[in-house]
Design a protein around this ligand. Structure first.
Ligand code: NAP
Ligand code: MG
Length: 500
């Protein structure tokens, strides 16, 4: 690939990655107490991209202390909802002014195409903050008529208020680094909480740029603290910390269970957005071109590194070959390359660890009898590339059908009829999302009702909006992100009853 054709890194991005990146605690940029740093890699080349402070338990302690003080006594605790909303809106404006910087950082750090980060990751984050800014003034309780049967003749006036849950620990993954920070911070700040955020070790850079803008917007010190570091140290310290009222986590189901165990010690509130193995169902009466393009997008968007990826493709038997061949053709046409190249449609996976994990799943699938219609191998070069892959001859017992691969790998399986498919689609420990492709509106609604998933897309896939709640049934999680549902997770209900 000719480097000369790549867009130049903005000077501000160049200097951002060149300087050792510090953590944000109580409004100040600080080194880790241990003075340690860790390396962040460019997944397209495997080269070191940046050095970042490696926070651990002592840094988490300092951040929680700052967040607690900001929640209880700082200016944030006295700020009106309207002023909170204005600050969140201002943050959205600042992100918009720095859109290209964020897009470049996201592409360099995560590997995703710059063209995608520009139109998806960054604008969705901006939109989420604006949506949540509006909610700050609309978090309302109710007035409730009460009867109190054991107090005949007595009169009471009762109402509820919704109060911020307190100091929140937020742990986010690497697949949409800025957007996941926005999904977490937006509702917490709208509700009046304070936050300690721990970004993923693979992709901490956009959260740190966001931290700069949080300071610039004028959020009081300690309202948002950002501690970079490893999951096993900084993340675990946050999940266990007795000074945290709630922990919000997005990542693997395996680590989600560790978070619950840690939070159980002092019964912190917990919300989890975990893995998925989402069924994508194409009925015989679907518009084939739309369904094929949609099925390809469902698995290959973001290199399959989406918790809601449509990774189990079920196709009604009469059209199985047509759909599989169509999706394979789409896969073969995907331009895989480094994120900055303007024609790149799919970048590398985020890390060597992720590359090895996905390659391990492919090996396991082949060992169990799966066949690749296209792809099936890692890509050439030093980066962490994997070919977009369509597997057939798979069955429900195989590892590649049961477990989340989190890479550009779809398993395609035929089914007999509309009556059979719901139990097959629901045969998973996950329940995050599902797709349905059909021209029969009644069939679509019937299937949507039968699927045990937090999101069902009909004749579309990967449609996200700040107003639409997102989250999982079963082992895909607890609670919802986005929409007004997200605010429920950041508030406590207080019932007030007055004798009158
Ligand atoms: P992960 O370990 O679950 O990481 C998610 C976040 O949790 C990161 O910030 C991570 O920090 C932190 N973490 C890790 N161990 C922790 C612990 N013991 N206590 C507290 N926090 C901890 O995910 P991963 O290792 O990056 O990826 C593994 C698999 O998870 C993927 O293959 C995929 O299947 C799944 N995944 C799902 C999502 C999703 O959106 N649902 C996102 C990413 C990955 P570090 O970055 O330092 O590890
Ligand atoms: Mg990890």
């Amino acid at each position: 690939m000719a480097t000369a054709t790549l867009p130049a890194m903005l000077p501000s991005v160049k200097s951002f990655v060149a300087e050792k990146r510090k953590m944000l605690v109580n409004g100040k940029w600080i080194e880790a107490v241990s003075d340690r740093t860790f390396e962040v890699f460019n997944p397209a080349t495997g080269d070191v991209l940046a050095h970042v402070a490696s926070g651990d338990v002592q840094d988490i302690n300092a951040a929680v202390k700052a967040a607690r003080a900001a929640f209880e006594t700082g200016p944030w605790s006295r700020m009106t909802p309207s002023d909170r909303g204005k600050l969140i809106w201002k943050l959205a404006d600042l992100i918009e002014q720095h859109l290209e910087e964020f897009a470049q950082l996201e592409s360099l750090d995560n590997g995703k195409p710059l063209t995608v980060a520009r139109v998806a990751d960054v604008p969705l984050a901006i939109d989420l903050f604006r949506y949540m800014a509006g909610w700050a003034t609309k978090i309302e309780g109710n007035t409730i008529p009460v009867s109190v049967p054991y107090a005949p003749g007595a009169k009471f006036f009762a109402y509820t208020t919704r109060e911020p849950v307190g100091v929140v620990g937020q742990i986010i993954p690497w697949n949409f680094p800025l957007l996941m920070a926005a999904w977490k911070l937006g509702p917490a700040l709208a509700a009046g909480c304070t936050v300690v955020l721990k970004p993923a070790e693979q992709t901490p850079l956009s959260a740190l740029l966001l931290g700069k803008l949080i300071c610039e917007a004028g959020f009081p010190d300690g309202v948002v603290n950002i501690v970079t570091g490893f999951g096993e140290t900084a993340g675990a310290a946050l999940a266990q910390h007795p000074g945290i009222d709630k922990i919000a986590f997005t990542g693997s189901t395996e680590v989600g269970k560790l978070i619950v165990e840690a939070a159980a010690r002092d019964l912190k509130k917990v919300t989890l957005e975990l893995g998925g193995k989402s069924p994508n169902i194409v009925f015989g009466d679907a518009d084939l071109n739309t369904a094929i393009a949609g099925a390809a997008n469902a698995i290959f968007f973001n290199h399959g590194q989406c918790c809601c990826a449509g990774s189990r493709l079920y196709v009604e038997q009469g059209i199985f070959d047509d759909v599989v061949n169509g999706v394979a053709e789409a896969a073969r046409s995907i331009k895989v390359g480094e994120g900055f190249a303007p024609d790149t449609q799919m970048g590398p996976l985020v890390s060597e660890e992720q590359l090895n994990r996905v390659s391990g799943y492919l090996d396991a699938g082949f060992a169990e009898g799966a066949e690749a219609v296209c792809g099936g191998k890692r890509g050439s070069g030093t980066g962490y590339f994997v070919e977009p892959t369509v597997l057939v001859k798979t069955n429900a017992k195989m590892k590649v059908v049961q477990e989340e691969i989190f890479g550009p790998v779809v398993t395609a399986m035929p089914f007999k009829s509309a009556e059979d498919i719901a139990p097959i689609a629901n045969d998973t420990v996950y329940g995050l999302a599902a797709g349905i492709w059909t021209s029969d509106i009644s069939k679509a609604h019937r299937a949507a009702a039968q699927l045990r998933a937090g999101t069902v897309w009909i004749n579309c896939y990967n449609v996200f909006d700040a107003a639409l709640p997102f989250g999982g049934y079963k082992q895909s999680g607890w609670g919802r992100e986005m929409g007004h549902d997200a605010l429920e997770n950041y508030t406590e209900t207080k019932a007030v009853c007055i004798a009158i």
